[in-house]
Design a protein around this ligand. Structure first.
Ligand code: NAP
Length: 280
């Protein structure tokens, strides 16, 4: 039977360690602070933002929210980011996505000072990840690697297959796995013979966003399965991308949804805010 990777437990442990770090920073007169920008109304984003504020509260990070009207102009958004970039008391800036379509999210990410870019979406940080320099790694990819490390799962030399190539999950995760010396294959919706590729994976990571896209016949015996997907079923349940129940007796490790990667994503935001406050 597979070992169930307990993201909740690992995230809890990491948050305790981070709480200590916040205390140490405060003793040095540094009060870590996050600014969150949210534009318009989006139910899922409201939940995410509420969770982020709870996590910050828990570890003692200060938090300031900026709720902007759906109709704001790009200029207003860029001016706000500029103002936050200049404020010494703000260490991290997070722009909650999605943002309204008339706004250019890339332009906004580019405007966030790369030293305050706790999401790791600014092109400077994306480039640093590419060349293997220390940087802000996006929270979900960072959380996935920390989970593997916490369970002493070897990455080096392993065949890692990532399904999904988004800028926030698939691409940075693939790059980070490569930096950790895995042999990486990235798949997407146009990939031919997906099953042939996934069945060779020692570590299979799905970041697709479709329930049961990974079935038993697609995975290798004793593979490690990381499920990044978050999907809501018609009856309101949250499930991942993986046919979890049917994989349990075939694989060596597996993450549940909920209780897996999602918890780590939250903890890694805290990690990145502290990194920003430390000026590293
Ligand atoms: P996204 O931007 O929609 O990307 C999905 C990726 O999956 C795309 O690259 C797409 O290929 C690929 N894809 C779609 N259908 C496929 C198929 N049938 N076979 C192979 N590849 C397929 O999504 P995202 O933002 O990366 O998020 C992915 C999932 O992770 C979502 O469920 C999201 O909610 C979840 N998520 C979870 C966390 C967490 O903390 N656990 C954090 C972020 C996101 P193309 O590029 O060709 O379109």
């Amino acid at each position: 039977m597979a070992v169930i990777i307990d993201g909740r437990e690992v995230a809890k442990k990491i948050k305790e360690e981070l709480k200590e770090k916040v205390n140490e920073l405060k003793e040095k007169g540094i009060y870590p602070k996050l600014a969150v920008i949210m534009i318009g109304k989006d139910k899922a984003s409201e939940i995410y933002v509420r969770n982020k504020s709870r996590d910050c509260d828990y570890v003692g990070i200060e938090y300031e929210e900026f709720f902007l009207e759906e109709s704001i102009t790009m200029e207003t958004l860029l001016n706000l980011i500029d103002e936050l970039n200049k404020r010494d008391d703000i260490h991290g800036i997070l722009l909650q996505s999605p943002i309204p379509e008339h706004l250019d999210i890339r332009k906004a990410f580019n405007k966030i000072d790369y030293r305050k870019d706790v999401d790791g979406f600014n092109p400077i940080n994306v480039g640093k990840l590419l060349i293997g320099e220390d940087t802000f790694i996006p929270c979900t990819p960072l959380g996935v690697i920390k989970l593997l490390e916490q369970y002493n799962i070897q990455i080096e030399g392993k065949n890692a297959v990532v399904i999904g190539r988004s800028n926030i999950v698939g691409k940075p995760l693939s790059q980070y796995l490569l930096n950790k010396d895995a042999t990486v294959t990235v798949c997407h919706s146009k990939t031919e013979n997906l099953k042939e590729i996934t069945s060779k994976a020692d570590i299979l990571i799905s970041a697709v966003g479709k329930p049961k896209v990974i079935t038993r016949d697609m995975v290798k015996e004793n593979a490690v399965i990381i499920d990044v997907g978050i999907n809501r079923t018609p009856d309101g349940k949250i499930v991942g991308d993986v046919d979890y129940d049917n994989l349990l007796d075939k694989v060596s490790y597996i993450t549940p949804v909920p209780g897996g990667v999602g918890q780590m994503t939250r903890a890694m935001l805290i990690n990145n805010i502290i990194k920003a406050a430390e000026g590293k």
